[in-house]
Design a protein around this ligand. Sequence first.
Ligand SMILES: [Zn+2]
Length: 260
Amino acid sequence: MIDHHIHLGKDALTGFSLSEEMVTKRLDKFHLGGAVVFSCPNISYTNENPYSKNNKKVYKSSIDEKKFIPFMFVHPLLDRFGYIEREQEKFKGFKFYPRAVSMEYHYKDISNRRIIDLVSESSKPAVFHTGFREGSRIKDLVWMMKRKKSPLVFVHSGDLIERDLKIASKYENVFIDISPLATMISKNFFINSNRRHPNLKILTPKNILSHLKNLFGIERIVWGSDSPWCDNLINEGYNEEIKISRVMDKEGFNKSYLDF
Ligand SMILES: [Zn+2]
C-alpha cells in the first residue's frame, strides 16, 4: 500500500507540520510501499513561483529517501511557465490547491494557461484538491477531464457530491483519492446528505468505499492519509487512517495511479 497524500514541511495557516523523518518512520512501522509527497498549501506569499523553495525541499527529500515519490506543487497563475517546464523533470506528478491563503483561484479561470497545457499533455498524474466550494469542485474541472489522458486525481472524494462524482466516473483516467477518510467522517466534513447518494445517508468507511467502487471500479480508488492534517484534526489521526488502508487492502483496493 502506498500513502498517496502527504504534505511535508510546515503549513503557515494552521501551523501543522510534518518531518521527513516522521514519514520514513511511519513507512517502516506500517510496512507501506511508498509515499506521494508534496508541499503544504499555505506558505508565505510571493508573486512568482511561490512553491519553488518547498518543491526543492520535497525533491531533495526524495533523493534521501527512496520511498518518497515527489510531486510538484503548482500555482497555475503565479508560477512562471519556464520554471515549471525546467523543474518538472524532477517530479513524478503535479499537485494543485486553489485555496491557499491570499493565493486563491477558481479552477475555471486557469484553463487557458500554458502551464495547464503542459500538465494536460504530460504523461504524469495531476492531483487536484476538490471540495464543495465553487471553484474547487470536480465539476469545475470538466474541461481538464476532456483534455488530459493520463491519470487525473480528485482528492477528498470530491466531498461526496454525487452529481460531481457521476460526471467524473465517465472519464476512465480519473482516480479518487479518499484521504483523509477517517478524519472527514469523524469531523463531519462531507457535504449534506441531500447532495450525496441515498446509499450514503449514513457515512461509514464501508458504505463510502462500496459506493465509490460502484462508480469508479476498485482500481480507480486510492488511499492516502493527508498527514499532517489527519494528525492534528483527530486523535491518533494517522492510526485511524491506517485502519482505513487495512480495510481497503483486505477488500482489494490496493491499486495506484502511479502504475498507469
Ligand atoms: Zn492535502
